[in-house]
Each structure stands twice: as C-alpha cells, then as structure tokens.
Design a protein around this ligand. Structure first.
Ligand code: PRP
Ligand code: URA
Ligand code: MG
Length: 209
C-alpha cells in the first residue's frame, strides 16, 4: 500500500486557512495555492538522489553533492491542477509538464476525460500528479490510470485538501502511489464537495463563478 503524508507545517496550515475563506479573492487565492505548492514540493522531493562531484571553493578542493538529474514530470489535472504547476517548477525547473484534462460530471460525479498530452519519454520519468482537491477520488484515480496506461512507472499524487473517501478510493485503485496532502478534511457533502474544504477550486482559481 502507498503511504499517505499529511503536512502539518505551520506555514502550509496558515496559508490554507486563507484559501479556505470565502472572501479570499482570485488573485490572493492563486498566489497562496502557488506558495503552498512550492512548500509541498520541497518535502515531496526529499528523496531525490544525489551524487558527489569535485569542486573548488576559494579555500580548497572538495567533494560536494548535486542532484543526479533524475527525469521528472509534473502533471496537473485540468483545470485546477494548473494552479499548482508553477509552484512546483520553482524548485524543479527542468521537470517536463504533462496535462490531463478531466472534469467531474456534476450529476454522476464521475470524471470525464477531454485532453491528454504527456512527455514522450514517459517510461523514464517519475511523475508528480497535482490537483488541489481529492474529493471522491474519481479524477485522481482516472488521471493516474491514464498515465500508467501510457507507460508511467513511478507516480506520486499531491493535493491541498482531501476527503477521507478520496484517500480510500485512491489507495485502493493505485496502492503503489504515495499521497501527499496539505489537509485531510472531515467528509464530502451530498453534492460531492469537501467539508469544510474551500469550494470549487477551479472556479476560485480562475474566477469563473
Ligand atoms: O475527487 P473528485 O470527486 O473527482 O473531485 C476532484 C476534482 O474536482 C475538481 O475538478 P472539476 O471537475 O471541478 O474541474 P475543474 O478543475 O475544471 O474545475 C478538482 O480540481 C478535481 O479534479
Ligand atoms: O470540494 C470540492 C470537490 C471537488 N472539486 C472541488 O473543486 N472542490
Ligand atoms: Mg471545478
């Protein structure tokens, strides 16, 4: 079974409190999502492999560590996942970006796929799938399925707010995928929204409501 990590870092919790508030406007919402994504990426990349090289400081020659250059990919689930991409790329600027377009049918709550564009060397890359919300889990399960179907071998999932129902669904469907969450909320409401959550992440990011 994959591992589930819930972040308790005070900076992340503080910023989350502001994006949850209904009076937080689009500009501030977008900036905070970006900042939280960077803070999460810092932790998510903790195990990136290092190698030693010889360098020369003004004092002497020494050995020092650099990243091995592992190939990475960031895959936002459109639309709302787009809000997390730049924040992650600030720390891993050479990562490739794939896109998976899904929307959740408001009646059935099932994901409907409308776009997939991924890097060509998919089998050689490790992927971070990003989406602010893990509600029923349908979208994350489908996006990861779309990646695996095309050859992706190592995938992690990163979201801001998750419902227990979504975590369970994702763990069951993809037990090899580690899940990183900024806050694990209480439940889903009758319309499939996370409670207390933050409302519709895509609409709040892009000002479409
Ligand atoms: O876990 P689930 O029940 O599948 O719900 C989560 C999905 O719902 C939202 O997307 P939405 O369908 O609103 O599309 P949008 O990002 O274009 O607004 C959110 O960004 C997730 O992708
Ligand atoms: O609470 C929720 C659930 C699904 N999608 C959202 O954007 N918010
Ligand atoms: Mg939406």
């Amino acid at each position: 079974m994959g591992k589930v990590f819930v972040f308790d870092h005070p900076l992340i919790q503080h910023k989350l409190t502001y994006i949850r508030q209904k009076d937080t406007g689009t500009k501030e919402f977008r900036e905070l999502v970006d900042e939280i994504a960077t803070l999460m990426a810092f932790e998510v990349t903790r195990d990136l492999p290092l190698t030693e090289i010889e360098i020369e400081t003004p004092i002497c020659k020494t050995k020092a560590k650099v990243l091995t250059g592992k190939k990475l990919g960031v895959v936002p689930i459109l639309r709302a996942g787009m809000g997390m991409v730049d924040g992650v790329l600030k720390l891993i600027p050479n990562a490739r970006v794939g896109h998976i377009g899904l929307y959740r049918d408001p009646e059935t709550l099932k994901p409907v796929e409308y776009y997939v564009k991924l890097p060509t060397d998919i089998e050689e890359r490790d992927f971070i799938v990003v989406d602010p919300m893990l509600a029923t889990g349908g979208s994350a399960v489908e996006a990861i399925h779309a990646l695996k179907k095309r050859g992706a071998k190592h995938i992690i999932f990163m979201c801001l707010i998750a419902a227990p129902e979504g975590v369970k669904a994702l763990e069951e469907a993809h037990p090899d995928v580690d899940i990183y969450i900024a806050a694990l909320d209480e439940k889903l409401n009758e319309k499939g929204y996370i409670v207390p959550g933050l409302g519709d992440a895509g609409d709040r990011l892009f000002g479409t409501k």
